[in-house]
Design a protein around this ligand. Structure first.
Ligand SMILES: [Zn+2]
Length: 400
């Protein structure tokens, strides 16, 4: 197998936007070479851009399936659905439920080979549940809230077979700080979320090893001029902030504020998508909560709290670029290189650079993702894209 060379008028490379680029994928599914000097392309994409595959750190479900189904088939559906939107990697994210059901969902993640899923790779588990403050519960069922302990974290690590990557908690609740130290000591990234932590409490948690804010401003104490809250702390201190750029969770003015305060690689676009993603409006469930989707916006049935989203990362990239007034390439990096750096996997993926895995998406000038490559393998091809069959034939020819 000799690999394939794709030509495109726009390649969103790690360090700049390469015009009229030639990108060669080798037989191992890696990026062998990127050049702006002519040559022979096996396939000319024309004005379809090559962008890095997107990474969704925080995603609960899609197309009627939820990580909490504790079913390998659900993870496969989510993986395939994400690939349709240019996503090549994701963290399967839990939501609060009974401890037994939480462990069951984590165990399925642990037993599933994330590389063998049909679409986006599953990169591990994100625990969003159980250890939160009822004052900012969002769509989490407070009946199942627990005081965090190192023992509970060890149970989660064991259930996932070591694949627990991120743990969200409210640092001000009993046991949280000791648990935070224990989790970071075991290599888990601890994020602050669904929390009423004050500015000082949040800063103390960040100083103790916490490394980010869960869907910043949502589910946390906001900024008051005499008490800057958890939102103020995660924006001012070093560390990652998750951003739901769906046009609903955060005002464009707040998006601008975030990009002015944070380094570009500290802003991570997430979908926080739940099982209604990719489906019509209607009544659904998020974990054990009844929720209603209206015009794509998800709210809890009773109190009407925002309850995740139906967002896709390809759309988030566009809305972020528009809302925050930044270049598209920068917004793309907030959904690729930034999450890869946060997870410590940017030597492997997250950008277009020689030596990295060919985790790529092909984006037409309207923003539609027409194809997604996971490790050089065609994981999604838009059946409506008129040049799709020719690309498939070109890729088939070189991999035969
Ligand atoms: Zn949440």
């Amino acid at each position: 197998m000799n690999g394939i060379t794709l030509a495109s008028t726009q390649v969103f490379a790690e360090h700049d936007l390469v015009r009229d680029g030639f990108l060669t994928i080798d037989g191992e599914g890696r990026i062998a070479r990127l050049s702006d000097r002519g040559g022979d392309a096996d396939f000319d994409l024309g004005d379809v851009a090559i962008i890095p595959g997107l990474i969704d750190l925080h995603i609960h479900g899609r197309e009627e399936r939820d990580v909490m189904d504790a079913d390998p088939a659900a993870l496969a559906v989510i993986s395939a659905s994400l690939a349709r939107h240019g996503v090549t990697g994701f963290l399967a994210t839990t939501v609060t439920t009974s401890w037994d059901r939480t462990l069951a969902a984590l165990q399925v993640i642990g037993e599933t080979d994330g590389n063998a899923l049909p679409g986006a790779r599953m990169l591990g588990a994100y625990s969003e549940g159980s250890f939160f403050n009822a004052r900012h519960k969002g769509a989490h069922n407070t009946a199942y809230f627990l005081e965090p302990t190192p023992e509970l974290i060890d149970q989660m690590i064991a259930a996932t077979n070591g694949k627990l990557k991120v743990l969200a908690l409210a640092p001000e609740i009993n046991g949280a700080m000791e648990t935070l130290s224990h989790a970071t000591g075991r290599g888990i990234r601890v994020t602050l979320g669904h929390t009423d932590a004050t500015y000082d409490q949040a800063r103390a948690a960040l100083a103790a090893g916490g490394c980010g804010g869960v869907h910043v401003f949502n589910g946390m104490r906001g900024i008051h001029h005499r008490e800057p809250g958890c939102a103020g702390a995660v924006l001012l201190e070093p560390g990652m902030v998750e951003v739901i750029a769906d046009g609903v969770h955060l005002h464009p003015g707040i998006l601008q504020l975030i990009v002015r305060l944070k380094q570009a690689d500290e802003v991570v676009l997430i979908s926080d998508c739940m099982c209604a993603g990719g489906l019509d409006d209607g009544d659904y469930r998020l974990g054990e909560m009844d929720v209603t989707v209206k015009a794509g916006v998800v709210r809890t049935a009773g109190e009407g709290s925002l309850a995740g989203s139906t967002l896709t990362l390809d759309r988030a990239v566009m809305l972020m670029a528009e809302g925050a007034g930044i270049a598209l390439r920068e917004a793309v990096q907030m959904a690729s290189l930034a999450p890869a750096r946060f997870m410590g996997i940017d030597h492997e993926t997250g950008s277009i650079a020689a030596g990295k895995r060919a985790d790529l998406a092909l984006r037409d000038p309207t923003g539609r993702i027409v194809a997604t490559l996971v490790g050089g393998r065609l994981a999604w091809l838009d059946p409506e894209w008129d040049r799709g069959p020719a690309l498939r034939a070109a890729m088939g020819a070189v991999s035969a």
